[in-house]
Every structure is written in C-alpha cells, then in structure tokens.
Design a protein around this ligand. Structure first.
Ligand code: F6R
Length: 606
C-alpha cells in the first residue's frame, strides 16, 4: 500500500528518499514520485510503474535540495497515471504525499474549486495540498494551518506536507495509517515504517492517531489535534537488514519459503519461557480467566485463525469465533460470549484488523496482538503481544509469516490448555517436542520443488482449480486456493471436502484440477471418500499428503508427500507443498510473483 518517506536537513535528500522508497517497495505500488525544494522553488519528478522508472528520470535530471518528500502510490481514487502519482503540488507552493483515504474529498474539492483552486489529478489526496495553500494564505503559521486542515478532513491518513513558505520543515499527521519519524544526527526523516529508515537511523518516534508534528533537521515537535504539545518517546528499533536482498533466489517469495525452518524455530523460541515451557506471555491465572476467544484477521492471517480454532477448541476446550476483520466491527457483533480478542496480522498495520481489534477493546474484551512487525500499531495497542519471529516478509503473498503464525497459535493453544488443566504435562511436552521437530520436517518438505515442478506445469494450463480439505486442512485448502489465485491469476476455490456434495461438485468436469490435502487424522477416510467422488466425475486429483496417507488414494493423477507428522501439525507441514505449487505455477505463467497485480503488502485502507 502507499509508502511515504521524507527528509529534512540531508544534502542528498532525493537520493536517500529514493533509497527509502525502495525499502517500501514490498508494500505494493503502481507509481512513485519525489519532490524537493531547490532555490526556493518546488522541484518534482514522478513516474508510472516501477521505481526504476523514477530512478531513470532522476538520473536524467537530478533533484537538488535538502528537504523533500517521496511516495509510492497504490491507486485507490483515480487510475494509474503520472498526474495521479504523488507528490501533489498546489499553487507551486505546497507539496503533499498521503496514504489512506480522505472520505469527504468531494465536498472539499467542490468548495475549493468554487473559490478558484485548480486541481490536476483525480485523487482524493490532492485536496490536502489545496487546503494547506488556503490556510497559509489566511496567514496561519504551520501548526495552526495543520489544525485547520485536520479539522476539515475525515478518513484515514498519514500525510506529509512541505511548502516553500517554510522550507526548513516537513509537517506530518496521522490517523489510522502508520507513520514513523526518524531522528538522525543532523537531519530528521519520516517513513511509513521503520524499515524505510533503517539505512538512516534506528531512533524512531511513532505518532499516535490524531497527532501532528513539525519535523525539522534538529528534531521533531509533536502535538495532539487540539495543539497541545505531547512527548512521544523515541525508541531504538531493532537493527533491521533494511533493504533485504533475494539471497541468490529468483524471488523474495522463493527465499521466504526457504526461510520457514528458521521462522518456525525463532517463533517457537519466542513462545518458550526460561524453564523451557511453552508460554502464552501471560500468567496461568490470566490464561485461566479466558473463557471465549474471538480472532480477527484478514486474508492469509484469517485462514491461520481458522486452523487455530481446531487446536484451541480441541486442546483447551475454549470456544473460538473467527471473524473476517473488515466485516467484524460494522456488523455490531454481540461480543458478550467472548472475553478475549486476538488480532492476527503479519504487518500489524492492516487497517481492517486494527479497527476490529479496537472495536473489541471498546466492547471490553482483553486484546492480544499476534504480529510479525514488533513495533507495529497493533503491537503497540494490544494488551498483550504474541510475536512471530519470521523476519521481514517482502513477497506480497504471505508464506513464512503464515507458518510462523500457526506455530505461535499452536503454542498458545497448548499453554492455554495446560493452564486450564485440559491437558497434562506429558501431553503438553509431547506436542512441544513435535513442534521442535517441525523446522527439520519443513526443511525436508523444501526438497519438493523438483517433484512439484511438472505438476505446476500442468496446473499452469488450467483456467480454474479446486482445493479440498477436511478438518483443520479445510482452512488450508482456502489458503492454498488464495495463494494460487493471487500469484498465477488462475481462478481457484477452496471447499470443505464434505461440503462438495451439497453443491460445488456440480463444478467438476473432465480434467478439472482438484488439489487435495490429506493427513492421517481422524477424518482421513471420510476425506478420501469425498475425493473419490470428485475423481469419479472427472476431477484430476493432485494429492498433497503425508507419506502414510498415500495408500488411501489410488486414483490421484499426481501425489506429493511430506514426512509423517502428529496430525495436529499436519496443516503447518502441508502448507509447504501448497505454497511451492502456487509459486511454481506462477513462475510457469510468468506473472509478477513478488508483487502480483492489484495487490499491496500492507493494506492500510478500508
Ligand atoms: C495473502 C496475503 C494477504 C494478507 C492480508 C493480511 O497471501 O498475504 O491476504 O494475509 O492482507 O495482512 P496482515 O497479516 O499483514 O494483516
């Protein structure tokens, strides 16, 4: 999703801004731009497509100046074009970059056009530049101008503004969209996240909702919406590799698939206490007081919650509801049966998930944030944080964060079950030992690329595919289908295999690829009968299963096996061939694996 960066007090301002934008590339974008103030005038460069295009334009005619802002845009209002790319400039005096949506932009635009403001783009964001021109024209100082602008706009935003009237500062504000301020030695910076600034500084101030700040070379002044100065403490963020490279792999996604043994091992370590016991980062008393859990998340993270529901209910006997975050708070849900909400998010910034967590907190639920980005908004707002330690995930399609989430959720289920006396120490230790063996088994499953390649070749010819699973493998079928469609653009649907005969079986025709997930669990025989029904109607079964489940199916056109594992862990292990299949199919089709069309890594709009 849109990325914002800025620098004030740095001589090679446009160069460091371009570097910072590259660090935000993983969020997804379709155009970009940078603006600086040079000799008292605004200097602007924008380009459609990849940052390489902006880079080329900058090489042809560099932007000079020691104050500037930059942006990668993921189109929401207005198509992908140079005019709609940020920064937006008004009256040759004010430039802005914005992430989010200004919901009342039409009303504001009509009002401003009526008094002579000329707009150049179709974006909602451009109104910000004109509102600042209007406020500065009225003689307001930067802080008062900002308050006036903030009072008029509705919606979610993080924005930065600079003006030739005040060339020594950037003005920034946030509401529901992330924004970090970086404090350097003789310069200050802004960025959508700390990764963007990791080559410049580790000292970061996070704005809270409704804050605005004046950012100068020698420091930042932060204010609440009413103008009261507020001290938001600077934190030292963990050293980040910043611009993570592909480590010799063809795509970030391929690299991240291979990083899963480490991601799982590190996440398990984070969920193990000093005495070597699985922990949920809460006391046993706190765990015992949990009587109902609602889990809110989006996309792949939502599918992780659906798998975890099987574990938490079966092991701990605690009821669980899994909610699509974007639906949850608007539904005005009855929260009474639940006392705890778990918000699950790789980025910790998905706006839908954040809003759902806030809704739960407002309704009196205790909140747990399960996130991969330690200093994200969800982590900062949740009562308790359960960390995944997958490391930065750059590929837009989630892989290692998903298996790390599952690892943490299984550890949580075990710790909860033990605290509640639902399982004994021996059972908890057996599961713990199984999880400890998981990185090794995942490592073995990573050897499946060659076996899956011909299957992916066949699948890449298909127009449509079904994914089937039963029990905890049903949500994995949904996740497998999501991976295939988002990466290869092949239409794919996931179903509970037992549900096929209630309607979806009508879709099966000769040769339709049916990716079947099977483990040696309590529902294996029933799942296998469901698959036979699909096969009998012409479905071409691609079986992803545990080695010991292969004998159950003698009608598959392709069989890919992972090592045998405790049935509890099968969804984690079988995720690996599902990811590899989607990845290799996309490679066969030649799609943009790391940044599929229309997608963004961190979805910070509703
Ligand atoms: C799919 C994918 C998305 C994300 C979703 C939530 O491969 O990555 O569906 O899972 O946008 O993102 P987070 O987990 O950052 O809240």
């Amino acid at each position: 999703m849109c990325g914002i960066v800025g620098a004030v007090g740095h001589e090679q301002c446009s160069e460091v801004i371009l570097d910072a934008l590259k660090r935000l590339e993983y969020r997804g974008y379709d155009s970009s731009g940078i603006v600086t103030i040079n000799d008292g005038a605004i200097a602007l460069k924008r380009a459609v497509g990849k940052l390489a295009n902006l880079d080329k334009a900058l090489r042809a005619s560099p932007l000079i100046g020691d104050v500037g802002i930059g942006h990668t845009r993921w189109a929401t209002h207005g198509g992908v074009s140079t005019e709609n790319a940020h920064p937006h400039v008004a009256a040759d005096r004010v430039a802005i970059v914005h992430n989010g949506i200004i919901e009342n932009h039409r009303t504001i635009r009509r009002r401003l056009e009526a008094v002579g403001h000329k707009f150049f783009s179709d974006t909602d964001s451009e109104v910000l530049a004109h509102l600042f021109v209007e406020a500065l024209d009225a003689g307001l100082d930067p802080a008062a101008a900002t308050r006036r602008v903030l009072a008029e706009i509705d919606g979610a935003y993080a924005f930065a503004m600079m003006s030739i009237d005040h060339p020594d500062m950037l003005i920034v504000a946030r509401n529901a969209s992330p924004l970090a301020l970086g404090i350097g030695d003789a310069a200050c910076y802004i960025g959508s996240d700390a990764i963007a600034l990791s080559h410049l500084t580790r000292k970061v101030v996070y704005l809270e909702d409704h804050d605005y700040a004046l950012v100068r070379a020698d420091g930042v002044s932060v204010y609440q919406a009413d103008g009261t100065p507020v001290n938001r403490e600077a934190v030292m963020v963990a050293a980040s590799p910043g611009l993570v490279d592909k480590g010799g792999y063809r795509h970030y996604m391929e690299k991240e698939i291979h990083e899963q043994p480490d991601a799982i091992a590190h996440s398990l370590a984070a969920m193990t206490d000093e005495s070597g016991r699985l922990t949920a980062k809460m006391s046993d008393d706190e765990l015992r007081s949990i009587n109902g859990i609602v889990m809110v998340a989006a996309g792949t993270s939502h599918y992780a919650t659906q798998i975890a529901r099987y574990w938490i209910e079966a092991l701990a006997g605690v009821p669980v509801a899994c909610e699509v975050a974007s639906e949850y708070h608007y539904r005005q849900p009855v929260t009474a049966p639940y006392d705890t909400a778990i918000a699950i998010s790789q980025s910790g910034e998905s706006l839908d998930t954040m809003m759902a967590m806030r809704h739960a907190a407002k309704s009196g639920l205790k909140t747990i944030g399960l996130v991969n980005v330690a200093d994200s908004t969800i982590a900062r707002e949740a009562d308790t944080v359960l960390p995944t330690r997958a490391g930065p995930e750059i590929g837009v399609a989630s892989t290692k964060a998903f298996t790390a989430q599952l690892t943490v959720l299984l550890c949580f289920a075990v710790a909860l079950a033990r605290a509640k006396g639902q399982i004994d120490i021996a059972r908890a230790e057996t599961i713990h030992a199984e999880i400890q063996g998981l990185p090794r088994l995942v490592g073995k499953a990573l050897g499946l690329f060659d076996a899956i390649r011909p299957v992916a070749h066949q699948l890449s010819q298909a127009k449509s595919a079904l994914y089937l699973g039963r029990g905890a493998l049903y949500p994995l079928a949904l996740e497998g289908a999501l991976k295939l469609k988002e990466l290869s653009y092949i239409h794919a649907e996931g179903f509970a295999s037992g549900e096929m005969k209630h309607g979806p079986i009508a879709l099966i025709e000769d040769g339709l690829p049916v990716v079947a997930l099977l483990a040696a669990d309590t529902v294996m025989t029933k799942a296998s009968s469901n698959l036979r029904e699909a096969s009998a109607r012409g479905g071409k079964i691609i079986l992803l299963c545990e080695a010991r489940a292969t004998d159950e199916v003698d009608y598959a056109s392709a069989v890919v096996t992972v090592p045998d594992v405790d049935p509890l862990l099968a969804p984690i292990l079988l995720a690996i061939p599902a990811q590899i299949l989607a990845y290799l199919t996309a490679v066969e089709k030649g799609t943009d694996v790391d940044q599929p069309r229309n997608l963004a890594k961190s979805v910070t709009v509703e």
